[in-house]
Design a protein. Structure first.
Length: 252
């Protein structure tokens, strides 16, 4: 059970109180932490600290270790920090001498602000994905009145991206079995034909799947085995976040 959940992106302890929360509570709570973080000015740094402490507490309760968080955050956070690191060198205004470097004070403030906000947003997204399966997130978004078209597109994309990846791997293996080893640009044309064939196969499979779903009574809504219930633990979770973060943000 745990290994199958891990393949869907869920990590930590599936029996933890965070994993058992209603998906709507986690979506609203973690999105609220992100909103507080990205809307806070730099001088109100206690709000940043409170957001990070709240996220660390959620990760601890869910038993999502630092290694798991870093393995997912490093996909986007280092890139944002790398880009923001150039701001102190190009922004004007009063400068601060750091050894042989002359850095802008306003640029340093911008770098710190971007880093803090990016860290809070990335950490929140990682914890949502680590404690909630993608299907549950979509179910929660549906119950939160997200446009149905968007959730249906996201559900089918998530379901069939793995099918397309497997098809691409088989086609790549077929090319390798036929000694395809591109060494100059003239041989790249085979890649174009592969992409075209992959598109046509994906389109045809999508048509067959859609017709099969219509034959089985599909009416635009996927059936759900479980019914979401907003319980006492969900209320306590959201209330704790609200009472902790909103006063700090208002005071800022």
């Amino acid at each position: 059970m745990s290994s199958s959940l891990h393949r869907t992106g869920v990590a930590g302890d599936p029996a933890s109180p965070i994993h058992r929360l209603d998906p709507r509570a986690k979506i609203v709570g973690l999105a609220g932490i992100t909103v507080v973080g990205v809307s806070t000015p730099l001088h109100a740094w206690p709000a940043f600290a409170a957001c990070l402490v709240a996220l660390a507490a959620i990760a601890g309760l869910a038993r999502v270790g630092p290694g798991i968080v870093w393995s997912r955050v490093r996909v986007i956070l280092p890139l944002v920090v790398f880009v923001a690191a150039f701001v102190p060198f190009v922004r004007g205004g009063p400068a601060v001498e750091v050894g042989p470097l002359s850095l802008s004070e306003a640029g340093l403030a911008t770098f710190a602000l971007v880093t803090a906000k990016a860290a809070i947003g990335a950490f929140s997204a990682v914890l949502l994905g680590a404690t909630t399966s993608f299907s549950d997130i979509l179910h929660g978004l549906e119950r939160l009145r997200m446009p149905k078209l968007l959730t249906v597109i996201a559900a089918f994309m998530y379901r069939y991206v793995f099918v397309i990846v497997d098809e691409a791997r088989r086609m790549r293996a077929a090319l390798a079995a036929r000694a395809y080893r591109p060494r100059h640009l003239g041989q790249v044309a085979a890649i174009g034909r592969l992409v075209t064939a992959l598109f046509l196969r994906s389109y045809e499979r999508g048509e067959r799947v859609y017709l099969a779903m219509l034959a089985r009574g599909y009416g635009g809504t996927m059936p759900r085995l479980a019914v979401l219930v907003f319980g006492r633990a969900d209320v306590v979770f959201l209330a704790a976040l609200a009472l902790t973060l909103i006063p700090l943000r208002v005071a800022a």
